[in-house]
Ligand binder design. Structure first.
Ligand code: CP
Ligand code: NVA
Length: 306
């Protein structure tokens, strides 16, 4: 049995298999051919943080695959009152067929997975958001980007770490620009470099968004204030001055470069209103693709049970 906790646990071929499955199921879904790949299966969805896309896409996705989603907010289940993760796992995983968790520390997700009888999917932690970058890769392919040169501008956070793993595994070029003091986690960077040795991925870091985006065909960013960092809002806004993705910055990319944002977006902080609306087609196709990419992941995990 496999869990989907981080892309570092998968080979390039496995990642591409999930993408291919997602493309196939998307085509079937668009033709209103709802193949019951996960008939009568239940997906438990544990949320310790807020969500719009992750909740709606997983719940709709499992339903369209012939199963049902259970929304389990930590405000409503005993986890929120201190029931240990390992007990929660040993209870829920005896009743459902798959679990998706959105939580804080990656270690909490790993603890749940260690005790789980069923596959566990990372629906975002402080360290990673792997279902989102799988979606982003699917979206890049749909927009004709087959040789990605990606610039990530902003906070060295869970999205950046996921981009690092995606690039390292698939072997494409990724340039990251973060302000000083907001760089990526050193251990994750080391792991990514180790993986990149094999794939040939070109990964670079800097503090100048202009240098990062020059000549790229994909630009992406994320909020400067992730869930759980609300108390740091004022200092972060000051630190990220100059990191907005606006017309001036986008003018340095390759012609027809696409812009991706995992959403929610904060206009005139990490992205200008003009750039956001100019690239709305990419951004909202990316949002829709959460539904399709995650179906690929769920069906793949189901096919790889013991
Ligand atoms: N991108 C993303 O995960 O959105 P939600 O927080 O709304 O789920
Ligand atoms: N980095 C953001 C992503 C939201 C989808 C957060 O963790 O809040």
């Amino acid at each position: 049995m496999r869990h989907f906790l981080s892309l570092k646990d998968f080979t390039k071929d496995e990642i591409l298999e999930m993408i291919t499955l997602a493309q196939k199921i998307k085509k079937e879904t668009k033709a209103k051919n709802f193949v019951p790949y996960l008939e009568k299966q239940t997906l438990g969805m544990i949320f310790e943080k807020s969500s719009t896309r992750t909740r709606v896409s997983f719940e709709t996705g499992i339903y369209q695959l012939g199963g049902i989603g259970l929304f389990l907010s930590s405000n409503d289940i005993q986890l929120g009152r201190g029931e240990p993760m390992k007990d929660t796992s040993r209870v829920i995983s005896r009743m459902v067929d798959m679990v998706m968790i959105r939580t804080f520390e990656q270690s909490k997700l790993e603890e749940f997975a260690k005790y789980s009888k069923v596959p566990v999917i990372n629906g975002l932690t402080d360290s990673y958001h792997p279902v989102q970058v799988m979606t982003d890769y699917l979206t890049m392919l749909e927009f004709g980007v087959t040789q990605p040169v990606v610039a990530y501008v902003g906070d060295g956070n869970n999205m950046t770490h996921s981009w690092l793993m995606l690039a390292a595994k698939l072997g494409f070029e990724l340039r990251i620009a973060t302000p000083k003091g907001y760089e990526c986690d050193k251990n994750i960077v080391e792991e990514a470099f180790e993986i990149a040795k094999e794939s040939g991925a070109k990964i670079s870091f800097g503090n100048d968004p202009k240098v990062a985006v020059a000549g790229t065909n994909v630009v992406t960013t994320d909020t400067w204030i992730s869930m759980g960092q609300e108390d740091e809002k004022e200092e972060r806004i000051k630190a990220f001055d100059g990191y907005i993705v606006d017309e001036a910055l986008m003018s340095l990319t390759e012609k027809d470069a696409i812009f991706l944002h995992c959403l929610p977006a904060y206009r005139d902080y990490e992205v200008s209103e003009t750039i956001f609306e100019k690239h709305a087609d990419e951004i909202f196709s990316e949002a829709e693709n959460r539904l399709h990419a995650q179906k690929g992941i769920m069906v793949w995990l189901n096919e790889h049970r013991d």
